[in-house]
Design a protein around this ligand. Structure first.
Ligand code: PCO
Length: 209
């Protein structure tokens, strides 16, 4: 996962390429095994920065990230700040990004976002997000969790915030169960976001292409 980043300076580099700036994030689901692949899908087309929760780190293959993608963890949030006046990483990242995508979105992080909780780098970015900017989530969880009534309540709440859902699919899950709750494939997540931005720029409502 080189460079596992460091510091807010990375965030402040100017957008010379005019590529869309995409903040990709992974939370603690086994589907985070596909997160490095998701970063590769986006990194040709966009400037990518990645945020991973402590739970997601457990599943992530640290050597398979694109070399130019900085990966931020909770430790970076704390180590970047020493005194009043220093940059605050979650604020710098929400300013930097044109678009945010959380894939996988775990049941726990979904619940935290719906409840407004912010106890790590990822949920602080979400809590500070500008909802005029596109925001996509691709949930991943066991079928029993997906079918739990809390999921529908939480999805309704995040829909009201303006967060777009890339729905999970039915397939073999990590525990051997078969059912709904598997994260959409990285290629589908990529094409959904790209099509959205293309259609938005064709209708003239955005400068991001
Ligand atoms: C626990 N949770 C899961 C997460 C959702 N599953 C998936 C897919 C993977 C394999 O293709 C694990 C990525 O099934 O997104 O399985 C279940 S007990």
């Amino acid at each position: 996962m080189e460079p596992i980043t460091s510091g807010v300076e990375q965030v402040l580099i100017s957008n010379a390429s005019q590529k869309p700036r995409i903040l990709l994030a992974a939370s603690g689901s086994v589907a985070a095994i596909k997160f490095a692949n998701l970063c590769h899908c986006f990194s040709e087309w966009a400037e990518v920065k990645a945020v991973v929760t402590k739970g997601a780190l457990h599943f992530i293959d640290k050597v398979s990230f694109p070399k130019d993608v900085a990966v931020y963890t909770d430790d970076d949030e704390w180590s970047a700040w020493n005194k009043v006046g220093d940059s605050v990483l979650h604020i710098e990242l929400r300013r930097w990004a044109d678009i945010m995508v959380i894939a996988p979105l775990s049941a726990n992080t979904l619940g935290k976002i719906a409840g407004g909780l912010c106890d790590n780098l990822l949920t602080c970015i979400v809590r500070a997000w500008d909802y005029d900017k596109p925001f996509f989530v691709a949930p991943a969880m066991n079928t029993f969790m997906w079918n739990n009534p809390f999921t529908e309540r939480h999805l309704m709440t995040i829909d009201e915030l303006g967060i777009s859902l890339i729905p999970p699919v039915s397939k073999r899950l990590a525990c051997g169960d078969y059912g709904n709750g598997a994260m959409a494939e990285p290629s589908l997540i990529y094409s959904t976001v790209r099509l959205f931005l293309n259609s938005r720029s064709e209708s003239g409502s955005s400068t991001i292409s």
